[in-house]
Design a protein around this ligand. Structure first.
Ligand SMILES: NC(=O)c1ccc[n+]([C@@H]2O[C@H](COP(=O)([O-])OP(=O)(O)OC[C@H]3O[C@@H](n4cnc5c(N)ncnc54)[C@H](O)[C@@H]3O)[C@@H](O)[C@H]2O)c1
Length: 342
């Protein structure tokens, strides 16, 4: 079995490559990355070949050699939604994908590629794969065009599977290289570890579908194994949580008591204030069942980021749960006697 993982030095790509290595130790796994954003540090435990090449340069196919692949996971892209250079974004995301499809088509190698929940746009409510896309940024637009391209390419080639993953807000180990676009959970935890108040947009009641990396990776591999045909699948938890929830959980896990500091939202015109994955299709076709609540995912992630500080994290979370339960079952305070008015 030969497997190609593009964008394998990045956040999701490196976690996919490492999990494939764990699940299929005999497979020949090749990572391809331009190293424009990703880092070697994400791959120190990887035992396969790593090709440094840019998918938008025609020479990348020469670097990768002639032996065909059985599976391709395509995670390479500009993942920073703040990039406004339209030509740059379209070249990297759409033309890079087109070149990859040209490479995979003769052998009809199945491709699982990264689409994005950003294609759903700025509306609230449950997001279903069949909903009309409504991209608010050129990043989201590039992902919508990738979905279109996958559909068009396989209209005449029904046996060839191109499967798009609509990732929601993924967080977890190996995202630090992303800088500002890394998850809020990463940034807020850094602030709180320095005893700073966590800064979130006014007034913290925005809700996002935060999905832990292990669930996102599992959905991705399930898509390769089980998706019956070309199509798109949501990869979230189905449970949107507020930014205030996130701060509360971080305080519990990090053993801090730092209230949120609310700041005005700098990206109002393109900011998704509510994301929520509908998982009906992913559950039915892929058998995907997310395993990580926000509480469990944050606890796991903080243990990875701050192992020395968090040795007793499970006890702390358990204690906090007990405290909450006690509060809920506590008797209401005894009525105080009314003072007699004179
Ligand atoms: N992280 C999320 O929450 C999230 C959400 C929705 C969609 N996605 C998508 O998932 C994919 C992976 O995201 P990520 O968070 O791991 O981002 P990332 O920036 O960590 O990884 C992308 C990788 O692609 C590489 N790359 C970029 N352009 C390339 C090119 N032309 N040729 C070869 N390599 C190139 C970068 O060097 C980087 O290592 C992206 O397509 C992103 O758009 C991510």
């Amino acid at each position: 079995m030969r497997i190609l993982v593009t964008g394998g030095a990045g956040f999701i790509g490196s976690n996919v490559a490492l999990e494939l290595q764990r699940r299929q130790p005999k497979a020949d796994i090749v990572v391809l990355d331009s190293f424009s954003e990703g880092t070697f540090a994400n791959l120190v435990d990887f035992r396969g070949d790593v090709v440094c090449a840019d998918l938008t340069e025609p020479s990348w196919t020469m670097s990768i050699g002639d032996a065909p692949f059985d599976q391709i996971y395509h995670l390479a892209a500009i993942s920073d939604q703040r990039v406004t250079d339209q030509a740059k974004m379209m070249r990297a995301n759409v033309e890079g994908f087109r070149a990859l499809l040209d490479f995979a088509q003769p052998t009809q190698t199945p491709v699982v590629y990264a689409s994005s929940a950003s294609t759903y746009g700025l509306r609230a409510g449950v997001m279903r794969e069949g909903d009309a896309p409504s991209p608010a940024t050129v990043y989201a637009f590039s992902k919508m065009v990738m979905d279109n391209l996958a559909r068009i390419r396989t209209e005449e080639l029904k046996e060839w599977r191109l499967i798009g993953m609509r990732y929601f807000n993924v967080y977890g180990p190996r995202e630090g290289h992303k800088g500002v676009p890394a998850s809020m959970i990463y940034h807020l935890s850094k602030q709180m570890m320095e005893s700073q108040r966590p800064r979130i947009f006014e007034f913290g009641e925005q809700k996002r579908d935060f999905v832990y990396i292990d669930d996102a990776v599992n959905a991705t591999i399930l898509a390769m194994e089980k998706a019956p045909a070309t199509g798109i699948y949501n990869a979230g938890t189905g449970v949107p949580r507020s930014f205030n929830d996130m701060v509360r959980i971080l305080n519990t896990v990090l053993d801090t008591a730092l209230p949120a500091e609310y700041i005005p939202c700098a990206f109002k015109a393109s900011y998704q204030s509510h994301t929520e994955a509908d998982l009906t299709r992913s559950r039915k076709d892929l058998g995907y069942r997310p395993q990580f609540t926000l509480e469990k995912g944050i606890a796991e992630y903080m243990r990875f980021l701050y192992p020395d500080r968090l040795r007793d994290v499970s006890q702390r979370v358990a204690k906090a749960k007990k405290r909450e339960t006690r509060k809920l079952v506590a008797k209401p305070p005894a009525k105080t006697k009314k003072k007699r008015s004179r």
